[in-house]
Ligand binder design. Structure first.
Ligand SMILES: *[C@@H]1O[C@H](CO)[C@@H](O)[C@H](O)[C@H]1NC(C)=O
Ligand SMILES: *[C@@H]1O[C@H](CO)[C@@H](O)[C@H](O)[C@H]1NC(C)=O
Ligand SMILES: *[C@@H]1O[C@H](CO)[C@@H](O)[C@H](O)[C@H]1NC(C)=O
Ligand SMILES: *[C@@H]1O[C@H](CO)[C@@H](O)[C@H](O)[C@H]1NC(C)=O
Length: 451
């Protein structure tokens, strides 16, 4: 009997190693994270019920309604550049991995996550050449307040880009988000989709005609996210508009702005060229794009530093999402017939690292052991009317609210990680983090890799 039990448990260990993880459940949970990040008036079908209406007075300098959209991370700023990239990537995943989302029973909730962003962009785009880039100040928000978004009383200035202070990067990325979302909605609600496409075209023209980096347009954003250049967003935005319209003018725009992009560090909130190349490879069939992707992925898989436990390690801050974005573009490359088995196996391995292969899941609420003290103000607060302030920030207790589905920043180069609120480099969450991660999960589900 004893022998049998030992055998049985050995078998279970063996099976659990080969079967892997329920990626569908992870996608479902990830979508809850997006609900937890909602700003403004929450809808009646809101599932994360410890969150309530907040920032209901967000407005532009002429009183324009800027409520809605997403809080970026554990803080309460609405950063347009991060938000638009998040929406582009979510829409990309849903468009190209619809079957994966369908298998995860998550098409509807992903559309809602996208629309929560696009509805806000429509408000923020107050006229053809004026777009609100940010609401809330990095300097005020980060220093002065720890608590619930529902209780916030600090000033929330709004910052814009316009013809005298342009932001081609921000306009290009938002155009990409709106064009990709047009494709998501065109068979769902063509009226809504057409509105998105009109704004996408206007924002792109604005960004193309009036050149500059949005981080040079106003100071506040430099607290947090500097932009290294705008050419990549102009390529990326044009690629999405070309996909949405088939209008070859956009290919001409790409030819005009592509050359100054000298360096190549893949795909993330600041660097769009890796995503643009693989999208253009698919849309144009031109081998120059695909060759670049193959060289890049091969080089990253062979030569990039890895942690002792096997995570491809690119950046200390947000190590996991950085790797997820790499995997996303390599999976897109694989889908075009390049080194498919190799890239797909690596993507699975990297995602499994994140979900528990080291004995710890970096996704809140997934698996047995996961982060309990993510650096997230709202989740750190007990239910009202209990007070919430810097006491919660320093408290060693687990967050009273479970921020289900959030992927944390992740470990350092030696697989080192501590579950403490103060460590925002490794233990904060971000709307950007989950977007590429979700795209990879949907692809892996399509490939039949989900438990
Ligand atoms: C244009 O944008 C800049 C930067 O946000 C701002 O300081 C300026 O007031 C804006 N101009 C107008 C006319 O609104
Ligand atoms: C379609 O979108 C339009 C524009 O946003 C909206 O007014 C309308 O209610 C939507 N239709 C449905 C069926 O949701
Ligand atoms: C962004 O750039 C400004 C000015 O060059 C600098 O002061 C700031 O520290 C930078 N911020 C980040 C987050 O890198
Ligand atoms: C673009 O062209 C493709 C291939 O010819 C076609 O399938 C698609 O419907 C076209 N899209 C638009 C928006 O015209």
């Amino acid at each position: 009997m004893k022998v049998l039990l030992v055998l049985a448990s050995a078998l279970i260990v063996c099976v659990s190693n080969t079967v892997g993880y329920n990626y569908k459940e992870v996608i479902q949970k990830s979508l809850l994270f997006y609900e937890a990040q909602r700003s403004g008036k929450l809808p009646s079908d809101q599932r994360v019920t410890w969150r309530h209406d907040s920032a209901m007075n967000d407005k532009g300098v002429h009183g324009e309604d800027l409520t809605g959209g997403y809080y970026d991370a554990g803080d309460f700023i609405k950063f347009g550049f991060q938000m638009s990239f998040t929406v582009t990537v979510l829409a990309w995943g849903l468009l190209d991995h619809y079957k994966g989302y369908e298998a995860a029973d998550s098409v509807e909730n992903t559309r809602k996550a996208i629309k929560w962003g696009t509805d806000y962009f429509l408000k923020a785009h107050v006229s053809e050449n004026v777009f609100y880039a940010q609401v809330g100040s990095g300097w005020i928000d980060h220093i002065n307040y720890w608590g619930r978004p529902e209780d916030m009383t600090e000033p929330r200035p709004a910052y814009m880009i316009n013809v005298t202070n342009p932001g081609s990067d921000l306009a290009g990325e938002t155009a990409a988000a709106l064009a990709a979302s047009y494709l998501v909605f065109k068979d769902v609600n063509s009226t809504y989709a057409d509105i998105l496409l009109t704004h996408a075209k206007q924002l792109y023209s604005f960004g193309y005609k009036y050149r500059g980096k949005y981080t040079d347009a106003f100071d506040d954003v430099r607290c947090c996210y500097n932009s290294s250049g705008y050419e990549d967003e102009l390529v990326w935005g044009a690629a999405w508009l070309y996909r949405a319209t088939n209008d070859s003018t956009y290919l001409q725009y790409i030819a005009d702005v592509y050359t100054p992009i000298q360096y190549y560090i893949g795909f993330n909130w600041d660097q769009k060229i890796g995503g643009a190349d693989v999208l253009l490879a698919k849309l144009t069939g031109e081998s120059k794009y695909l060759t670049k992707m193959e060289n890049y992925c091969d080089n990253m898989l062979a030569n990039q530093q890895r942690t002792p436990k096997g995570l491809i390690f690119i950046a200390e801050w947000g190590s996991l999402m950085t790797t997820a974005y790499l995997m996303e573009i390599c999976l897109e490359t694989a889908a075009l017939g390049v080194n498919a088995a190799k890239y797909q196996a690596e993507a699975k391995k990297q995602i499994n690292y994140m979900l528990g292969d080291t004995g710890f899941s970096y996704v809140v609420g997934f698996g047995d052991k996961y982060p309990l003290r993510v650096s997230h103000r709202a989740a750190s607060c007990p239910d009202p009317p209990a007070k919430c302030d810097w006491t919660q920030y320093s408290s060693p207790d687990p967050n009273p609210q479970v921020l289900t589905g959030a992927l944390v920043g992740g470990p350092g180069v030696n697989d080192d990680y501590e579950d403490v609120r103060a460590d925002y480099v490794h233990n904060e969450v971000d709307t950007v983090y989950n977007a590429g991660f979700q795209g990879v999960l949907a692809t892996l589900i399509e490939l039949g890799y989900s438990d």
